[in-house]
Design a protein around this ligand. Sequence first.
Ligand SMILES: [Zn+2]
Length: 327
Amino acid sequence: MAQIQTVRGPIDSEQLGTTLMHEHVFVLDKEISQNYPENWGVEEKRVADAVARLNELKSRGVDTIVDLTVIGLGRYIPRIQRIAEQTRIQIIVAAGIYTYNDVPFFFHYRGPGTVLGGPELITEMFVSDIERGIADTGVRAGILKCATDEPGITPGVERILRATAQAHRRTGVPISTHTYALRRVGLEQQRIFREEGVDLSRVVIIIGHSGDTTDLDYLEELISHGSYLGMDRFGIDSILSFEDRANTVAAMCARGYAERMVLSHDAACYMHHLPERELPALLPRWHYLHIHNDVLPALKQKGVSDEQVQTMLIENPRKIFERQGAY
Ligand SMILES: [Zn+2]
């Protein structure tokens, strides 16, 4: 057993239960919502809507979600605390910075390789989130998150990946990544983590959005280097169809890799960068319940056993968090 930090405080790993490893509650741009508040609307309504959605998810048997909303995606823990107090679902929050290109301007002149130089303050911020807590909320981050998208390993992305690896080595918490799977950037992330001295064989790295591709060779290569695969965008059928996503998970299960995959949606109650009114028509199945409503029945039809489903939804998340621990 290991202790895991949730928004309501530490729990034992056995209490994690059925866990969706890559979701969001809200993704928003604070500066936009402060200056152009009409999109976000009434705070109380947003909070009530999130509570209702999470309660519904809990009623379907999900015990825990990992909210990978970090800096760049509008992380704001006091609001998540208000929501967590009103639902029985457990929420784990993350430390990290989300960018496809540059570091946030705040870090532009400070840190290694910059005009002013100095130690990597990004690492210090992540470690503080994990060990001390986020701002004055008392909530500690339970996981690290970083991103590499279509532009690949830009200087800004590389700096953040290295800071993430350093914070992982100091704290031992798992790393979960965003990738652009079609460009196989998960392998580049593994290379940088390895260069930073991360022991990939400890399997606490989740290469996220791996379910966006049907390239089984790529997926096997990621696993061979010691990572979990995040099959974590069920519902985003515009990137890859439902059939392809389900077939890929089933094929990997048939090859014996159920022990190396986790399932999730990467969904949210509100995402500022997508048109809210049109979204249900564009991506009708992109919501918290899609896995339980549609994905699990389809996987069973394709030969995935109940035991393998349990492995992906319960056992693997528990193992990922139990293997954490400082180097
Ligand atoms: Zn995400």
